[in-house]
Design a protein around this ligand. Structure first.
Ligand SMILES: NC(=O)c1ccc[n+]([C@@H]2O[C@H](COP(=O)([O-])OP(=O)(O)OC[C@H]3O[C@@H](n4cnc5c(N)ncnc54)[C@H](O)[C@@H]3O)[C@@H](O)[C@H]2O)c1
Length: 352
């Protein structure tokens, strides 16, 4: 396993720094001693993690839209980052139905701006985040592999598949993978962890309803998702970033899945029942079919490539994931020092 301590003093740019995954990533990088820069939209009421970790005073944050090529290119030129993690996106399937054009503009055009700015500024390493939903979903029981067909039946998924296609076209058009692989696309599963307040995601929905004493509507109880603790994919991105930056060799397929082991994948129903039995005994839920939009039922990722070629491995099972997640919210609502709680979770995860 690669020593993440090597991030000390590296200049790291995280796009999507005010988001759920971006905030965890910036905070972890700060703990590792990196010099952290962020690009995202202005923090809003959903940026709970970013605000409670006081990241605006700890990183150099730029509130800019990634679809603004001139500004993005200029800022990247000023920063001259060693490693870029591109996480900024319109990240919600539900919102992609309501506002497909923003989703397409941000996830396809905005991501292309990041790619082009990376090339223009001759930066070293880029980790380009898309999604498990970039694969053409065949509702089958096997995990999708990195060279499987891309697809996407809804606007969000198709925007992520399109971003992947553009990524690979840039890699070949600008010969980015000729000698050594310095950029990679990464695809992770459904991420769970403290501090997520996004709409229409299972854990934030549980939290928001539970603390208000309301009943949560479970829309697709039999849906299976590659649930994983937020630090699982982030550890994968961080390890891959260092490998490509320090001693990169050539990887034939510059894409990586960071998902849970296939035998540790559960339905929505399992998650809800586990939560009620072990964590929130007073949780009230009912089943209500989702007629608003279509979502795939079965989605698995194969993590074999990351395990074999990078030595990465998922560390938490679903029970530990839920325990850490709900502990975080408990600590937040009890008014504990959330900076300490978050640092403590990162430390415990790193040692696991
Ligand atoms: N959370 C998950 O379960 C999950 C699963 C698979 C993939 N992903 C992907 O991981 C990445 C991070 O996800 P997240 O859950 O942290 O998302 P999030 O919605 O919490 O955060 C999104 C971030 O992107 C920024 N952003 C959005 N539009 C922008 C724009 N036009 N210009 C600049 N910044 C913009 C926001 O300001 C925010 O910082 C996304 O690419 C997402 O699609 C997330």
């Amino acid at each position: 396993m690669i020593n993440l301590g090597l991030y000390k003093n590296l200049k790291v740019l995280v796009t999507g720094s005010t988001g759920f995954k971006g905030s965890w990533m910036c905070f972890w990088l700060l703990l590792l001693g990196a010099r952290v820069y962020g690009i995202s939209l202005k923090p809003n009421e959903e940026s709970v993690l970013f605000n409670s970790l006081k990241l605006s005073s700890k990183i150099r944050q730029y509130n800019i839209d990634i679809t603004n090529y001139d500004k993005v290119k200029k800022i990247i030129n000023q920063i001259k980052p060693d490693i870029i993690f591109h996480l900024a996106a319109q990240s919600l399937v539900s919102k992609s139905f309501e506002d497909p054009l923003t989703t397409i503009n941000t996830n396809i055009y905005g991501s292309s701006v990041i790619l082009k700015s990376y090339i223009d500024n001759n930066c070293d390493t880029l980790i380009f985040c898309t999604s498990d939903k970039c694969y053409k979903n065949k509702e089958w029981i096997w995990g999708y592999k990195e060279n499987d067909e891309l697809g996407g039946i809804d606007p969000y998924s198709s925007s992520k598949a399109s971003a992947e296609i553009i990524f690979h076209s840039f890699v070949s058009s600008y010969k980015l993978n000729n000698k050594r692989t310095k950029c990679a696309s990464v695809r992770a599963g459904n991420v769970i962890g403290g501090g997520d307040y996004n709409k229409d995601r299972l854990v934030p929905d549980i939290i928001k309803n539970y603390f208000k004493g309301k009943t949560i509507n479970i829309k697709n109880p039999s849906s299976v998702r590659p649930w994983q603790f937020v630090l699982e994919p982030i550890s994968g991105y961080l390890e891959l970033g260092l490998i490509l930056f320090n001693k990169s060799k050539k990887y034939k397929i510059p894409s990586w899945n960071f998902g849970p082991d296939i035998n540790k994948i559960y339905t929505v129903d399992h998650l809800i029942k586990f939560t009620k039995k072990n964590i929130f005994k007073n949780l009230k839920y009912s089943y209500k079919k989702n007629h608003k939009f279509y979502e795939s039922k079965l989605l698995f990722l194969s993590n074999e490539k990351a395990k074999l070629e990078l030595g990465w491995r998922p560390r938490f099972n679903v029970e530990q994931t839920l325990e850490f997640t709900f502990d975080w919210y408990d600590s937040y609502y009890s008014g504990e020092n959330i900076i300490n709680t978050t640092a403590d979770q990162i430390e415990k995860y790193s040692k696991s």
